[in-house]
Design a binder for this molecule. Structure first.
Ligand SMILES: *Cc1c(COP(=O)(O)O)cnc(C)c1O
Length: 396
């Protein structure tokens, strides 16, 4: 039995005709850059999420950079986020010269812990001994941006890890009372909902990714920024194309080349035909895994009645590092793929040593990085395959 970690082959067999029709149309009209499919996709996904504006761009990482620039984040500003995420979340912050300020995760959600966020914000105002860890001043990023003595917190980037929405009632209350901007890193949660609201309709801005392995993936790189603020959306339209003004050769600000290829939009439009059904199937597969693991000593992902996860990953916790290693050995014997998201929390990545954090600063993230692992997850995962996977895991 060949078990794929993510099954894009089966998906392609279902959407092949539509993908080819859509791609042929692009090849016929020849508008490879900013062709009509881009606007069509933006409208379609804005409607799908119940959000006013959507802006297609070149990747999830560029979506975050565009968002930070559009919200006028400046070098030295503090941006709070989780250390238990893909590198790009904090990389985008540091890339524009702002300072990543890490906040540990809630063990029940794997997402930023609102109580710890409040503690960190309090500590930033009044540096007390024994308070939560903060960036240490004096360091300098590889791009030459120094860590200031007292970075002023300006924004929070929440990450809906593995597709599960954060505790947005609490996060929205905190950002409102502290006058911070909220950027949702929805790279893994496109299609997810918090109390009936799409994660891409939350915050000042939401960013997602269409990297092939994400819940909605294209056949290359792509991303999108969602916002309800018209002026912010217009600013991102300019930033996406070299800070352009009224026409292509008027440049009124520094920007990027961050456009999405028309061909990728054509692929995504075809995938949207099956995406709502795929979300349901992912959810069913996750519930089935949880049921099969019932009674075991593995900590399975929690299902919250007030949220719909996009189930980008099915991640669970082994007892300890050795237990996880034993599970991997069994999985490998049976040709079942696995993954670790994420083996190293961001405060321990070399690129962020300049922030001066130490091992032990974020104990939940550090503990989980040693125990967490992900199993095959996709809409076309069959029940008998899941049974075999679970049997193999439990045999360790
Ligand atoms: C994938 C991902 C990104 C980056 O998206 P790309 O399209 O690969 O640039 C950012 N944040 C998170 C949480 C991600 O999972």
């Amino acid at each position: 039995m060949n078990v794929p970690f993510i099954d894009l082959k089966t998906q392609f067999s279902l959407i092949k005709d539509q993908v080819q029709t859509n791609m042929d149309r692009v090849l016929d009209h020849g508008a490879y850059v900013m062709g009509p499919e881009i606007r069509e996709l933006e409208k379609r996904l804005a409607d799908f999420c119940g959000q006013k504006h959507a802006l297609a761009c070149s990747s999830g990482t560029d979506a975050l950079v565009l968002a930070l620039l559009a919200l006028d984040l400046k070098p030295g500003d503090g941006v709070l986020t989780t250390p238990f995420t893909f590198f790009a979340t904090a990389e985008a912050i540091a890339f524009i010269g702002a300072v990543p300020i890490f906040v540990d995760i809630d063990p029940r959600t794997f997402n930023i812990d609102p109580a710890k966020l409040t503690q960190t914000l309090a500590a930033l105002k009044k540096r007390e001994k024994n308070g939560p860890a903060l960036p240490r001043s004096g360091g300098k990023s590889q791009l030459g941006h120094p860590v200031p003595k007292d970075p002023v917190p300006r924004a929070v980037i929440s990450v809906d890890l593995f597709g599960l929405p954060c505790d947005y009632d609490q996060l929205e209350e905190i950002v409102r009372s502290e006058n911070l901007k909220l950027i949702v890193d929805a790279a893994q949660s496109f299609g997810a909902e918090y109390k009936g609201r799409s994660t891409c309709a939350i915050g000042d801005l939401a960013c997602t990714s269409f990297f092939p392995a994400k819940p909605l993936g294209c056949y290359g790189d792509g991303g999108m920024c969602f916002t309800s603020h018209t002026a912010t959306h217009q600013l991102m339209e300019s930033l996406r194309v070299h800070g352009q003004g009224r026409d292509r050769y008027e440049n009124v600000r520094l920007g990027l080349n961050a456009r999405m290829d028309t061909l990728q939009a054509a692929v995504l439009l075809a995938k949207m035909e099956v995406f709502p059904r795929e979300l349901e199937l992912r959810c069913k597969a996750a519930e089935n895994y949880n049921r099969l693991f019932e009674g075991s000593d593995l900590a399975v992902p929690r299902i919250f009645p007030d949220r719909k996860s996009a189930w980008a990953q099915y991640s669970l916790l082994a007892r300890d590092r050795d237990h996880r290693q034993a599970i991997f050995k069994e999985l490998e014997k049976n040709n079942i793929p696995w993954a670790i998201y994420y083996p190293l929390p961001l405060h321990r990545q070399k690129a962020f040593t300049y922030l001066g954090y130490e091992t032990g600063d974020f104990p939940v993230s550090e503990d989980f990085s040693e125990r967490i692992f992900s199993l095959p997850m996709h809409p076309y995962l069959e029940s008998h395959v899941q049974e075999k996977i679970v049997r193999t895991v439990l045999s360790a």
